[in-house]
Design a protein. Structure first.
Length: 490
């Protein structure tokens, strides 16, 4: 694992500093090293040595994760909220996959970083139904990522990083590894709530937050409403989906001393683009190519698109994963021929894409339009729900609108909007469902006809994955199944 040698270094030089804190549980760097070494080494049957980790969020999860991959093993961390049937199905798939994988080359026994090219992580998507897809990661890809992200985000041994989402989520496992790599402290929650996160901010003296936009909005709004400040937080790293301007403004009100970074990436691709450390002019976008990454937008036939022309976002660089262990439908992770980047590149290696759609502007900044899988095709027109949400939330407030496509016999799909009355600016009574409906319909009248929602639903909850990301698939399921959490109001 790319942080094991670093962990051993920190265990020698700062043995008593807190390495992992989860609620009242705490392990120092020396204690984490001892706890990880106490876990039995993963035992290969015929192929890769696999450790399926099913632990609640806590220091034991961190210790087992570290212990598994420190002995040339492959870790698969299950979401503790999954039902037992799903956990069993994922475990069976993982065991079958591991049996087909070659064991890494023999190396010196002991508790240390393994061969750079070998797989250490069997990552699992945060889907809402069915067996999640599984991607694989090499040790080298994370080792390169740690060095780059620590430099870009300014992470030092003095930092305390709070990642309030589930530890099993790939961005939070990465934050754990990044903290161990840099000798800083990683903080997680045994169970999420906005108040628990705000308590950890002050109680554990967090200096950094790593979280998705929906969770940032919850923390900032709750903090402003209750007078719970951001304490020592000077850095906020937001990822998982685009950071809406309204949520960024909330965060700046709540944490005025914090520098706000956002990055765009994918579990399969690693870091792609980022903003917050490049002197940008504030124009909403994903940012510039992350250091070490080349970005190209490819249009019809895989040819480079010009500035402002939309196409598939493609990347190459040291952070890209190895692909899927299972669940690849042939579209989710593709390799395209090499050639120079649209912005000018000297390398000629292959390009990788998960078919997110976007464009590069004249300054080389990446604008992400949306995932190809989220695109709504209605009456022959392509509609990206993120764009419609942004337009409607300009009048409805941040965190109030979720847009999706549902089957329609005439159009193919129709655009629908879920309205969540619990959102909106802090210190102001949330708009009722009726008020949200009126505001959104007025705004929608100014949109191109294909982008206008034809049905609206009042939501009692936001449709979120276990990692806190908005799930249009879940909203579609609520609507299709007549779930009480989505009641039609127009």
């Amino acid at each position: 694992m790319p942080f094991i040698d670093q962990l051993r270094h920190w265990a020698r030089t700062q043995p008593h500093r807190a390495a992992v804190v989860v609620g009242t549980q705490r392990l120092s760097f020396a204690g984490l090293l001892d706890a990880a070494a106490a876990w039995p080494a993963p035992q290969p049957s015929a192929g890769a040595a696999l450790a399926v980790i099913d632990e609640p969020d806590g220091t034991a999860l961190a210790a087992r994760f570290v212990g598994a991959v420190a002995r040339d093993g492959v870790a698969a961390v299950l979401d503790p909220s999954w039902p037992q049937e799903l956990k069993a199905a994922v475990t069976d798939r993982a065991v079958a996959w591991a049996a087909t994988e070659a064991a890494p080359p023999a190396s010196e026994p002991g508790f240390r970083d393994g061969p750079p090219g070998s797989t250490f992580l069997l990552g699992l998507s945060s889907g809402t139904s069915g067996v999640p897809k599984a991607f694989t990661r090499s040790r080298a890809s994370w080792q390169a990522s740690f060095a780059a992200s620590a430099a870009y985000f300014g992470v030092t041994a003095a930092d305390v990083t709070l990642a309030p989402g589930p530890m099993a989520a790939s961005m939070n496992l990465y934050a754990l590894g990044e903290a161990l790599f840099t000798g800083s402290t990683f903080v997680a929650l045994p169970q999420f709530s906005a108040d628990a996160a705000l308590h950890a901010v002050t109680h554990d003296a967090a200096t950094r937050l790593v979280l998705v936009p929906t969770v940032l909005a919850l923390l900032a709004r709750r903090g402003l409403d209750t007078g719970q400040g951001a304490g020592a937080v000077t850095s906020i790293v937001c990822a998982g989906s685009a950071l809406p301007a309204g949520v960024e403004e909330l965060a700046r009100q709540w944490a005025p001393r914090a520098r706000i970074f956002q990055y765009y990436g994918a579990s399969e691709l690693g870091f792609v683009a980022a903003s917050g450390n490049d002197g940008d002019d504030g124009t909403p976008c994903a940012g510039r190519a992350f250091p070490g990454t080349e970005v190209s937008v490819r249009g019809t036939g895989g040819l480079p698109a010009g500035p402002g022309e939309c196409g598939s976002i493609c990347v190459r660089g040291p952070y890209v994963g190895n692909g899927y262990a299972w669940g690849d439908d042939g579209l989710a992770f593709n390799v395209l021929p090499g050639g120079g980047a649209s912005g000018g590149g000297a390398s000629d290696g292959p390009w990788y894409t998960v078919h997110d759609q976007g464009f590069l502007d004249g300054s080389g900044r990446l604008h992400v339009v949306g995932r190809a899988s989220d695109m709504i095709v209605t009456g022959g027109a392509n509609v990206y729900p993120q764009q419609v949400e942004g337009d409607l939330e300009a009048v409805a407030g941040p965190g109030t609108v979720v847009v999706a496509g549902v089957p329609d016999a005439v159009r193919g799909q129709r655009v629908v909007a879920g309205l969540f009355p619990g959102g909106g600016p802090p210190g102001v009574a949330p708009l009722t469902a009726g008020q949200l409906l009126a505001a959104c319909r007025r705004r929608a009248a100014a949109l191109p006809a294909p982008q206008r929602p034809t049905r609206y639903y009042a939501l009692t909850d936001l449709p979120l994955t276990g990692a806190g990301k908005l799930s249009r698939t879940l909203l579609q399921a609520w609507i299709g199944g007549g779930d009480a959490r989505a009641q039609r109001i127009h």
